[in-house]
Design a protein around this ligand. Structure first.
Ligand SMILES: [Zn+2]
Length: 270
């Protein structure tokens, strides 16, 4: 029943098309089911194109309705996590709307361009931190939009800047190699990108995962953290433990149904 509590990707596509003005409202209403309330997020200022929410002392969730990232003010410079090109220069506008501190540290959640491809906007002297597998991948890409990290690690590291602390953990391949669990213990915020989609159906991302087992196991690993706010990197709202449990139940249903089908289907006949 978990799936009944989540909006469909078709709705998401409908929203994206309609916000871009490519589809008239009437046609949209005919083609797509109404978005269930559970998928609704904070209102995005249409003029600005983004919304910033403070989730805890100095920790901000930046969301443009399709992509999400976070940044932390430390008193000694801003730590930015990710740089989606979809948000682009609005990243800088959002940060300067809450602080005058310069950006001193950048963390890449993983190597994919749709989440970090605006990183060239940040100062050249910023420390760029990522898992060693992410750095190795980017070194091979030679992409000016994704500067190669200059600080890497294998299993985990704690980043302390000014008055803030972030724990960066690597638990193996899931959606992609090098995909990090980024945890703020004081604010009880956990960010992990492209795994959990609070309020939305996650099915296509299971199929895209570089490790399906790792993707499914990530739900258990997430729930092992003491967090209240979850940032998943996509769509229009952050999540809670309940959202992670709902998605976990959705996949448990799917694995069970697939196992049953595998056991009863006559493959020769098919
Ligand atoms: Zn990705």
């Amino acid at each position: 029943m978990a799936q009944l509590k989540m909006a469909t990707i078709a709705s998401a596509i409908g929203i994206i098309l309609s916000t871009s003005g490519a589809l008239a409202q009437d046609a949209h209403d005919e083609m797509f089911a109404k978005m269930p309330p559970v998928a609704a997020g904070p209102a995005i200022d249409r003029e600005k194109g983004y919304v910033v929410e403070e989730l805890g002392r100095g920790l901000y969730h930046l969301n443009d309705g399709v992509y999400q990232m976070m940044f932390v003010t430390t008193g000694g410079g801003v730590i930015v996590v990710d740089a989606p090109p979809n948000t682009g220069k609005n990243i800088l506008a959002a940060i300067s709307s809450v602080t005058n501190e310069p950006i001193t540290h950048v963390i890449y959640s993983h190597s994919h361009k749709d989440h970090i491809g605006a990183a060239a906007l940040f100062p050249d002297d910023a420390v760029i931190i990522a898992h060693e597998d992410t750095a190795a991948h980017l070194a091979g890409k030679n992409d000016p939009d994704r500067p190669v990290p200059n600080k890497t690690f294998t299993d985990g590291m704690t980043l302390e800047v000014g008055c803030q602390k972030l724990q960066l953990d690597y638990h193996g391949v899931n959606h992609a190699p090098g995909n990090l669990y980024i945890y703020a213990p004081e604010q009880k915020v956990l960010m992990l990108v492209d795994i959990v989609f609070p309020g939305w159906t996650p099915f296509p991302d299971l199929a895209l995962a570089e490790s399906v087992d790792g993707f499914l196991e990530a739900h258990n690993l997430i729930l092992g953290y003491d967090f209240e706010h979850f940032i998943g990197g996509h769509l229009n709202r952050g999540g809670t433990r309940q959202d992670v449990e709902t998605q976990q139940a959705y996949f448990a249903d799917m694995v069970q149904a697939a196992g049953k089908a595998n056991g009863t289907m006559d493959f020769n006949a098919a």
